[in-house]
Design a protein around this ligand. Sequence first.
Ligand code: FMN
Length: 219
Amino acid sequence: MADDTTPGPTRVLVFGASLRGDSLNARLAALVARLIRGTGAEADLARMDEFAMPVYDGDAETAEGIPAGALALRDRLAGADALVIASPEYNASLPGGLKNAVDWVSRVRPQPFKDKQALLVSASPSMVGGNRGLWALRIPLEHLGARVYPDMFSLAKAHEGFTEAGDLTDPALQQRLTESVAAFLQLVEADTRYVCLQRRWYEFLGDCTDAPVTQRAQD
Ligand SMILES: Cc1cc2nc3c(=O)[nH]c(=O)nc-3n(C[C@H](O)[C@H](O)[C@H](O)COP(=O)(O)O)c2cc1C
C-alpha cells in the first residue's frame, strides 16, 4: 500500500532541442515521451522555443542575472529525475542554441545537470542520423556531471522515418528505441531510489568551489 515513503513514478524531462516548427527531433522527442509514459513513468515534453534566452554574455549575467528562459529550463530539469535530449546535428556538432542553453543553465547553483541521468537521441535526414552531434553533446553534459547513458539512438533518413501515428516506420528500430528507453528508465530508477554512493565532482584537482576564479565548479 502506498504511503508517504512510497516513491512516485519516475519523472523524465524530454527536451526537443530544435527551434524549427516541423522539427524531426520534436517528433522523436514526442515518441520517446510516449514510450516513457507507456512504462508507467511520467514524461514532461519540452521544446527549445519555450526557453528564450540571449547568447551567453558574462557582463549581462553580472548586470541582469540569469535570464528567465534559462531559469524556466532549470525548473523543468529540477522537477525531473532524468533528462532525454532529442537534438539535431549541425555541422557535425550540437546546435549553438542548445550549447547556449546548457551554458546558461550551468550558471545556476546548485548546478542543475550534476548527477542527472541523461539519454541522448537524434534525428536527421542524413545517413548519419545526427549521431556525431550527440558525441559532441556528451562533452559539456559529462563535464557538468550528468550521467550520460552509454547507448544513444540516432534516426537516419528521418524525413521518411515516422508513420502518421508518430511511430518509427522501421519496426526493428522502433523495437530498439523502446528497449533503450526501458533500460534507461531502469537505470534511472536504480540510481535515484537506491543510490548508495556519495558523488563528488571537481573540475580539476585542488578545486576550491568558493573562489571566484573557479566559479564554474561545484562539489
Ligand atoms: C546549419 C546546419 C547544419 C547542418 N549540419 C548537419 C550535419 O552536420 N549532419 C546532419 O546530419 N544534418 C545536418 N543538418 C541538417 C539537419 O539535420 C536537418 O535540418 C534536421 O532536420 C534538423 O533537425 P530538426 O528537423 O529537428 O530541426 C544541418 C542543418 C543546418 C541548418
